[in-house]
Design a protein around this ligand. Structure first.
Ligand code: SAM
Ligand code: DTB
Ligand code: SF4
Length: 354
């Protein structure tokens, strides 16, 4: 019997063997199956578009071996204070004008201090008032902090598992896997949507990549968004110089994520700047339906908007439209048949229907 059901109920009981068996399928078979799941649950021509802003950069006390913002590594990233709301709103307005529908604010914190919350809540309120979906990634949250952010209008909270439970200790020692699961529970309990994924290409084995996706899919609720980052190797971090992951293995990871979490947005995340257009196209065929859009991620580069718009144009893709509901797992995203495909050079870039 095939492991893949394009329209069956969401599963939370994937076994390691099953997930490894998906990874081991012949590449065209895996892509075909993932494509079927993608087409059953989404319009494959639509891509959700998020823009990131680092609202508090660098100086982080954690030891995440991939991260240019960890204070202990010498990466040339300058530490800054938390941005003023006005400056954040200006960037959010520009992101909206360029075609983003979600704005994600990132802070290089282990966890926010209680005194930071009112200021971040202010940013969230103002960004939300622009008609954007809001997302934040601020590190570990207590239940009370999650509730306060939700009350301010936060739609999504990004907190990644990053990798498998087994490989995790090779990458991060300053906090436990369980701490991450606890934060995700606080986010869900507060009624926010979860954005949770991780990084591949950190030297993990295929078995560990399978375990990472298995853990994500077996969470009490599938994350609404699943960012799959390809490691951006930054000089000064311990992972600089890691052997690059085979690009086809990256595509397989996207395809397996799509099959395990059929109704989630699978985001082709960090690492796109160094990917060819052809590799990105394969990722969209494998079921990726979300990107980070805009010239910068948090501290590293991303493709410029002209390149992305040209790619959308060449592939016949268009940005997803968003409507307000309280449901989770993509129920808020509807078909956007009124949206014109973006053309490189047009402004505003990815015009959303009103
Ligand atoms: N400090 C908060 C935290 O760790 O939860 C929020 C920001 S942190 C930069 C968000 C995520 O960015 C990390 O969990 C990791 O998955 C991703 N990330 C950081 N550096 C990266 C890199 N060099 N390559 C790919 N992804 C990276
Ligand atoms: C996620 O999974 N990827 C984004 C977002 N969530 C916050 C961050 C990528 C960061 C890449 C390295 C940098 O730009 O500092
Ligand atoms: Fe700090 Fe987040 Fe970077 Fe880890 S990933 S060092 S917690 S900013």
């Amino acid at each position: 019997m095939s492991l893949v059901s394009a329209s069956g109920p969401l599963r939370h009981d994937w076994s390691r063997t099953e997930v490894e068996a998906l990874f081991a399928l012949p590449f065209p078979v895996l892509l075909h199956q993932a494509g079927e799941v993608h087409r059953t649950n989404f319009d494959p021509a639509e891509v959700q578009v998020s823009t990131l802003l680092s609202v508090k950069t660098g100086g982080c006390p954690e030891d995440c071996a991939y991260c240019p913002q960890a204070q202990r590594y010498h990466t040339g990233v300058e530490a800054t204070k938390l941005m003023e709301t006005e400056a954040v709103v200006e960037r959010a307005r520009a992101a909206k004008a360029a075609g983003a529908s979600r704005f994600c604010m990132g802070a290089a914190w282990r966890s926010p201090k209680d005194r930071d919350i009112p200021k971040v809540a202010d940013m969230i309120r103002e960004v939300k008032a622009l008609g954007l979906e809001t997302c934040a990634t601020l590190g570990m949250l207590s239940g009370e902090q999650a509730t306060a952010l939700k009350a301010a209008g936060l739609d999504y909270y990004n907190h990644n598992l990053d990798t498998s439970p087994e490989f995790y200790g090779d990458i991060i020692k300053t906090r436990e896997y369980q701490d991450r699961l606890d934060t995700l529970a606080h986010v869900r309990d507060a009624g926010m949507k979860t954005c949770c994924g991780g990084i591949v290409g950190m030297g993990e084995s295929r078995r560990e990549r399978a375990a990472f996706l298995q853990t994500l899919a077996n969470l009490p609720a599938h994350p609404d968004s699943v960012p799959i980052n390809r490691l951006v190797q930054v000089e000064g971090t311990p992972l600089h110089g890691t052997t690059e992951l085979d690009p086809f293995e990256f595509v397989r990871t996207i395809a397996v994520a799509r099959i395990l979490m059929p109704k989630s947005m699978v985001r082709l995340s960090a690492g796109r700047e160094s990917m060819s257009d052809e590799l990105q196209a394969l990722c969209f065929m494998a079921g990726a339906n979300s990107i980070f859009y805009g010239e910068k991620l948090l501290t590293t580069g991303n493709p410029d908007t002209e390149r992305d718009l040209a790619l959308f144009d060449r592939l016949g893709l268009r940005p997803m439209q968003v409507v307000e509901t309280t449901n989770t797992v993509h129920a808020d995203i509807i078909a956007a048949d009124t949206i014109e495909p973006p053309h490189a050079g047009d402004a505003p870039a990815c015009t959303r229907a009103a």
